[in-house]
Design a protein around this ligand. Structure first.
Ligand SMILES: Cc1ncc(COP(=O)(O)O)c(C=O)c1O
Length: 284
């Protein structure tokens, strides 16, 4: 049985127990992070820990650990899983207390970290692109918090799966916000568009990398949301996330996007992304 980290201890996953009164269980009152690990090194660790801090601050949960301590815990777990490519999952909840919506006093957060093998992105996703459907964004207005309360995202993702698609692109007030589990981009006349940071999206770490790569490559990127009615007329559509990287969407609602094949701007960004991963690995 693989080891996980729970409240200060590295223990076998089947021995790791959390109280039924944990507010993460009762209310979904917690936040999380997902960090990719390549060749035993966390990719963009600092950015992930900063976003964790931000999610905790917004949720009014005190960060139980310093950055240094998080690093120690994560590295130990990576080593227990023998390095290589992994995905770390961190969850911090407000802790165990009698059920009451009001925050408990003097309760310690519950801290859980696990590592899973990194799932290789299917070759066909990059070769042919993925398909997506557009759906009304039914989530709350504080999507910048990486909250464990993910019922809306689960419902949207399942609706995409039921329709034979890999992702749901979400529309709020007539504009594309992001995917149910990813950020979203459109390319129009060689310019990349992605929704700006706000409560309507999760500020993805992969999105941050894409923005920086586009800037270094001299590709214009504008942080502006794309109107839903324009989505039938874009050259390229993409998603990005830490576990699936940057993926081209070649069918939206059953209709070809652009030429219906992964586009040249995506090819360029994907190549740069692979390079950035390799570079950080060598630096680590
Ligand atoms: C709703 C949502 N937006 C964006 C992202 C992408 O974030 P990141 O690139 O940090 O993985 C995710 C990833 O899980 C997500 O769930």
């Amino acid at each position: 049985m693989t080891d996980v980290f729970l409240n200060g201890k590295f223990i076998a996953a089947d021995e790791a127990k959390v109280s039924v009164l944990d507010r993460g269980f009762v209310f979904g009152d917690g936040v999380y992070e997902v960090i990719p690990v390549y060749d035993g090194h966390c990719f963009k660790l600092k950015s992930h820990l900063e976003r964790l801090q931000n999610s905790l601050d917004e949720s009014r949960i005190v960060n139980p650990y310093s950055e240094k301590h998080w690093e120690t815990v994560l590295n130990k777990l990576i080593n227990l899983h023998l390095g290589g490519d992994q995905v770390l999952y961190i969850q911090v909840t407000r802790g165990v207390a009698a059920r009451d919506h009001v925050f408990p006093e003097n309760t310690n957060p519950t801290v859980f970290v696990m590592s899973n093998l990194m799932q290789v992105v299917p070759v066909k996703y990059k070769k042919n692109g993925i398909s997506a459907i557009s759906l009304k964004d039914s989530r709350w207005q504080r999507c910048n918090i990486k909250s464990t309360s993910l019922l809306p995202n689960c419902l949207l993702k399942q609706q995409a799966k039921d329709a034979g698609a890999e992702e749901a692109l979400l529309i709020s007030d007539g504009y594309l916000t992001e995917g149910s589990t990813s950020n979203a981009y459109a390319v129009i006349d060689g310019v990349i568009y992605t929704a700006p940071k706000s409560g309507k999206i999760l500020a993805g770490i992969t999105r941050e990398v894409v923005i920086s790569l586009a800037s270094k490559a001299g590709i214009r990127l504008i942080e502006e949301p794309v109107a839903e009615f324009k989505l039938t007329d874009v050259d390229e559509l993409w998603t990005s996330s830490s576990t699936k990287e940057v993926l081209p969407i070649t069918r939206l609602n059953g209709v070809k996007v652009g030429e219906g094949i992964p586009g040249p701007v995506w090819q360029k960004i994907d190549a740069l992304y692979q390079h950035a991963k390799a570079e950080e690995r060598n630096d680590g």
